[in-house]
Design a protein around this ligand. Structure first.
Ligand code: PLZ
Length: 452
């Protein structure tokens, strides 16, 4: 292998963004790639490492996106590259369902160790987050012999047919793609910032409404699974108000319903804990993971109580590539890095730096007639600001959000947006990003506030 010299951890803008080479590639892409597949920023990547993405024109962008919360250990973490490369040389694939291999078992063992709860656990591995969620539903239905699945307002679970049904937001995820899978029911979530009677009441009131709707409209006895993201990702980095998750978890336990924590975005050190549900001491029956698990290689998992995981009949779960050996090697490298560098502590440090600076910005730019930061929220390196037209009405401001994101992109900072109303600017830096780049990224955000 010819290893390139390490990528300097410095922002560098040498052309317009996107530059000429990216524009050329974008023209080819538009001719060859389906229009339905979008890109936040049509800057073509040459390489990436730590907190930097280098494009084909030689620009070096600060990465506050991590490929949507994936490259928590960096986009070319040493242990991921080392282990995945060694595995590539040994064999690329046999199919675990044909002749198995140790890496898959090691990943399942690691998941049993790292996920909450000291009960006996088992795992099954898949390729994508959506596939993991689909399989969690299959397993919960096999175990309970029930059909209904309960999900929440602002929830996101994927783009396959069943997971589109589980996802709340129509545009862009579902529009025109129905009919959707049946037996999916949506109930309120404790969105503190927008709860009519205030954030302090959101937890208990939303939980009571959710339980009432499930009981009256579905019937608890018909519910196989309740699926929730402990911090809602695409829906706007919503931390359910305190008390909400424990109340829903208890309702599930009392009624023989499988409680599934979808930790695909929030898991693996992202929020400063191995899993975000630990924050309120929640022990899920099943937990779905993907993204951060494997340092950028495609891997996903369902992990949970052994008796539930074993409810699906022999041969009932699988797929050609699920738990691919190279992806498993990547996961073992990623987990090794998270432990060695204590990336939970690192995520908490990122939260402290970001929240302090964003809070100062919210005050400084509160009194303009264009837009305001209505809310600053999230945990660890999963932080967001919600932008509103004014703080009193809380009217969402998606146009300002898009303009701020664009201004950041122009200066060489990759940021993403999210939220049901498209008015949330979210920050998901790799957990290994240095303080210099972190602060420089925040400077660019602050500058965008004055220029937009
Ligand atoms: N569950 C909680 O965040 C993926 C989606 C980006 P896949 N989120 C990013 C997009 O626009 O497609 C996600 C998630 C949660 C499930 C998924 C789905 O994971 O690996 O994208 O299938």
């Amino acid at each position: 292998m010819t290893a390139l010299p390490p990528l300097p951890q410095e922002r560098r803008v040498v052309t317009a963004i996107p530059g000429p080479k990216s524009q050329e590639l974008q023209a080819r892409r538009l001719a060859a790639v389906a229009a339905g597949v979008g890109s936040v920023l049509p800057v073509f990547t040459a390489r990436a490492s730590g907190g930097i993405i280098e494009d084909v024109d030689g620009n070096r962008l600060i990465d506050f996106g991590s490929g949507i919360a994936v490259t928590s250990v960096g986009a070319s973490a040493e242990a991921v590259v080392r282990r995945a490369s060694a595995q590539l040389a040994d064999f690329t694939h046999t199919c675990f369902m044909v002749t198995p291999y140790e890496g898959y078992v090691e990943v399942a063992e690691a998941l049993a160790e790292l996920t909450p709860g000291d009960h006996a656990k088992k795992s099954a591995l898949f390729n994508s987050g959506a596939e993991a969620v689909e399989n969690a539903v299959k397993i919960a239905r096999a175990y309970t012999k029930r059909q209904a699945v309960v999900v929440f307002d602002h929830g996101y679970h994927g783009r396959t047919n069943l997971t589109m049904a589980l996802t709340a937001k129509n545009m862009p995820y579902k529009h025109g793609f129905g009919p959707f899978a049946p037996e999916v029911y949506r109930v309120p979530v404790a969105y503190g910032y927008r709860w009519p009677t205030g954030p302090e009441n959101a937890g208990p009131e939303a939980a009571a409404q959710a339980v009432d709707q499930i009981s009256k409209q579905v019937g608890a006895d018909n519910v196989a699974a309740i699926i929730i993201e402990p911090v809602l990702g695409e829906g706007g980095f919503i931390e359910p108000a305190k008390g909400f998750l424990p109340a829903i978890r208890k309702f599930a336990a009392d009624n023989g319903i499988v409680f599934v924590a979808d930790e695909i975005q929030s898991g693996f050190c992202r929020t400063g804990q191995w899993f975000a549900c630990e924050d309120e001491g929640i022990v899920p029956d099943l937990i779905t993971t993907a993204k951060g698990i494997a340092g950028g290689l495609p891997l996903a998992a369902v992990t949970g109580r052994a008796e539930i995981m074993d409810a699906a009949h022999a041969g009932g779960l699988g797929g050609t590539y699920g738990g691919n050996p190279v992806a498993c090697a990547g996961a073992l490298g990623s987990i090794e890095t998270m432990k060695e560098l204590d990336l939970n502590a690192r995520a908490k440090h990122i939260e402290a730096v970001m929240k302090a600076r964003l809070t100062a910005m919210a005050e400084k730019y509160a009194h303009n007639d264009r837009f305001s930061i209505g809310d600053i929220r999230g945990r660890g390196a999963m932080i967001a600001i919600e932008l509103v037209k004014d703080r009193a009405t809380k009217e969402p401001h998606p146009e300002a959000t898009a303009a701020l994101a664009k201004a950041c992109h122009q200066e060489g900072l990759v940021v993403l947006t999210c939220g049901t109303y498209g008015n949330v600017l979210r920050f998901l830096p790799p957990l290994v990003i240095g303080d210099d780049l972190l602060n420089e990224g925040l400077d660019i955000i602050e500058q965008a506030f004055t220029s937009v």
